[in-house]
Ligand binder design. Sequence first.
Ligand SMILES: [Zn+2]
Length: 279
Amino acid sequence: MTKIQILQTGTVWIKAAQVRARGAGLMRIYNGLFDADWSPELPIYAYLIEHPEGLILVDTGETARAMRRGYFPLWHPYYHVGIRLNVQPDDEIGPQLRLAGFDPRDVKTIVLTHLHTDHAGGLAWFDKVRVLVSKQEYEAARGFAGRVAGYPNHRWPKNFTPELQQLPAIGSDLMDASMPLTSDGAVRLIAAPGHTRGQMAVSVEIDGIMFLLAGDVSYLEQTLRDGIPDGLGADPAAQLQTHARILAMARRRPLVYLNGHDPNCRQRLQDRQTLQPPA
Ligand SMILES: [Zn+2]
């Protein structure tokens, strides 16, 4: 039977106006960076899917090394003004997998929803594992341009060679841009652009419910329901379209929304609390 476990790799604070955008255009970015108000302490989640074909890990969380000065490029403003982390060595994905009863070597496939530091930071725990990233995400994240765009790619493992995924074109339905990851079709990759242009979500079918492991489609379920993009995402219009496709899906069938940082995810997973779109 397929099962999902939630793993937490420390916590993060970002600006309130990064969680919920304020203003448009350049003001959105300015507020997302320089807002005087911080978010509450937010969890950094990864998700483990136990499937008959093997363990699938969705995101790898953050590393404790990110707490050290100089881990991120010192010239990049975001790491100075926009983010505070609390990740201790025992919070990393390796110890968290062991707490859940597994070993990092048991993981067969890693899906990175996107390559931001708090999703790709735990990669060093894994050796010779199949890692899936969208081609568009990988191309946006590599090189100096990637570092400017907020991807600390100089911290990727030296042997980082993900399998680049190209999903079908986006249509009006959420599942148009999706493809199966398991042979029974119960686990699928879905294009979920907006927060980053190449972001992927993962859907898992269990007992007639779609569990949507959504990365940073939104930081909170509430901002998704409210139709508010985040403050520093790459393409807020695309993000709102992704929100609309998810809400449309949730109107048609039970869908549990599980993302990277919403403190209510643990409860939603445990109680199978479905996403209730606004009337
Ligand atoms: Zn992100």
